[in-house]
Ligand binder design. Structure first.
Ligand code: NI
Length: 188
């Protein structure tokens, strides 16, 4: 396993439409393993393959938050950081995911994205969606998702179509977000 580089806007690859997975092989398993390692390291709760530069319809998600009871990261006497692991990981893999039956009801979440670092904005999306997908062995799954999972899977599937969350904002808000990102990058 290896941590891969996460590409950021305005990298043109993020506008690419990703291709369906047809080979459920060892290479795919290695990609997914790397994607989880990259996502946990970032850290983030979702990652699309194109965010590590691979234009395939592959998503990984783990909504499990950090352990709320864990102490804040502290230095030990050697000056090394202790990284607190989440209490229990819930890795979920979506290959060739397809959305359908969006609910009329919408919900709004404050979204962020590893490819749009440090920018957060409220995005309105259908509150429930049906998702059909395949797992690493090519088996088919079909589920209705709601709450933050519905938002997260829609955000990630957007990546497969070359869409990032700030594309859902008004022109003004998107420009403000891009300006803020530019400022942060200059300061870094
Ligand atoms: Ni994203």
């Amino acid at each position: 396993m290896a941590i891969r580089e996460i590409i950021e806007i305005p990298d043109p690859r993020l506008k690419q439409v990703s291709a369906p997975v047809t080979e459920f092989d060892e290479e795919l398993k290695a990609l997914v393993a790397d994607m989880f390692e990259t996502m946990y390291d970032a850290p983030g709760i979702g990652l699309a393959a194109i965010q590590v530069g691979v234009p395939l319809r592959v998503l990984v998600i783990d909504l499990q938050p950090e352990d709320p009871d864990a102490e804040p990261e502290a230095c030990d006497h050697d000056g090394h950081h202790h990284h607190h692991q989440p209490t229990k990981r819930e890795p979920q893999i979506f290959i060739n995911p397809v959305l359908s039956d969006p609910s009329e009801e919408h919900s709004v979440y404050n979204e962020g994205c590893l490819s749009v670092p440090e920018i957060y904005a409220e995005v309105e999306r259908p509150a429930r969606v049906r998702v059909q997908w395949q797992d690493l062995d090519g088996n088919h799954h079909d589920e209705v998702m709601e709450d933050i999972m519905a938002t997260c899977i829609q955000h990630e599937i957007d990546h497969l179509e070359g869409i990032v969350f700030i594309d859902h904002l008004s022109r003004l808000k998107r420009q403000m977000a891009l300006k803020k990102l530019e400022k942060l990058r200059k300061a870094a």
